[in-house]
Design a protein. Structure first.
Length: 180
């Protein structure tokens, strides 16, 4: 079992570092991204309200994450400005710490102002933790949600989690535009 987890973690890290980005013309990515965003809107009232006020939404419908001490995650997504596809992106992350398991999940980033959206579009790769401020939305925040509490540049929602991943550690994430 331990050997299997080590191999799984090594494969995840290799994928996160070396996987080629998806082709920009990938119709399946467009379909799954729209479906994931529609599902999030249908099940989360706070996300619905944020979408109304946001400049754009970057959706990663399927992130794959695995780790055993070392970990990695990878996935492709789309930037929506309104209903229009405005760009194709890749997200990778590597981590180290007390962690074990694997999971699949989706996440959406809501860009609330032009400055945050411009930073994403003009950077050669946005490392979360630098640049615009990001707030990860949790269930408790929904209770205090109002238009006056929207003070950050980007809000993140994690959704459709499947699998089991546990642990603590240090993680670095990078989002890069895929050239069309």
């Amino acid at each position: 079992m331990k050997r299997m987890l080590v191999l799984l973690a090594a494969a995840a890290v290799t994928l996160a570092v070396a996987a080629p980005p998806a082709r920009a013309a990938d119709a399946e990515l467009v379909r799954t991204s729209r479906r994931a965003l529609d599902s999030l809107m249908a099940t989360n009232p706070a996300a619905r309200e944020l979408k109304k006020k946001s400049r754009a939404v970057l959706v990663f419908p399927k992130m794959i994450k695995a780790g055993f001490l070392f970990g990695g995650q990878i996935g492709d997504g789309l930037l929506f400005e309104g209903d229009r596809v405005a760009g194709y992106y890749n997200s990778v992350a590597a981590s180290y710490g007390l962690q074990v398991g694997g999971q699949v999940f989706g996440y959406a980033l809501f860009f609330m102002n032009d400055g945050a959206l411009d930073y994403l579009k003009k950077s050669s790769g946005w490392e979360i933790g630098s640049g615009p401020s990001v707030v990860v939305w949790d269930q408790g925040m929904g209770k205090s949600f109002s238009s006056t509490t929207l003070t950050q540049d980007v809000y993140a929602f994690i959704f459709n989690q499947k699998g089991l991943m546990a642990g603590i550690g240090i993680q670095g994430s990078k989002i890069t535009r895929i050239d069309e």
